[in-house]
Design a protein around this ligand. Structure first.
Ligand code: CA
Length: 157
């Protein structure tokens, strides 16, 4: 099985980020909205302009909010997972319309990322990101934004 383990490692990138990285990303409204809107469009599978419960669930699965990346996969009982997804959907669906529109998605993603930022604080965390959803991972984009700014600062711009 070592062969398949190695190929899995190749698909992942390890990034370091802390709260300020995530906060800077959320604070850059243009970059943040563009990233979140792209994500929203990708998740809106039937193209009706809103996210259904099933569409959002797929999104949460790709955000991997229910997993940890400290080297251990957490197995959560299915009933618990379903209840959690439902409660998360209700948090997104601010006006209780039964669907999540773009503004609701933006504001809840902002809230979630700021909560992640608070959780990270100033303590740099190593996070393993999978490269297979290139550019669509919001934390990856937060890291990319910081890298771009650091580069710009270093070149005197
Ligand atoms: Ca939809």
């Amino acid at each position: 099985m070592s062969g398949s383990l190695r190929s899995r490692e190749r698909e992942m990138g390890v990034v370091i980020l802390d709260g300020s990285t995530v906060r800077a990303f959320v604070g850059d409204e243009e970059v943040f909205n563009r990233s979140v809107d792209e994500r929203f469009a990708a998740l809106d599978l039937n193209g009706d302009g809103v996210l259904s419960r099933a569409e959002l669930r797929r999104a949460l699965e790709t955000f991997r909010l229910l997993e940890t990346h400290f080297g251990v996969d957490v197995v959560t009982p299915p009933a618990e997972v379903a209840a959690l997804y439902n409660s998360i959907f209700d948090q997104f669906d601010l006006d209780r319309s039964g669907t999540v529109d773009r503004d609701e998605f933006r504001s809840e993603m902002r809230r979630i990322l700021l909560a992640i930022a608070d959780g990270l604080g100033d303590f740099p965390l190593q996070i393993v990101l999978e490269d297979d959803d290139q550019g669509s991972n919001l934390l990856q984009q937060a890291v990319d934004l910081e890298a771009a700014k650091t580069k710009a600062a270093a070149s005197g711009k």
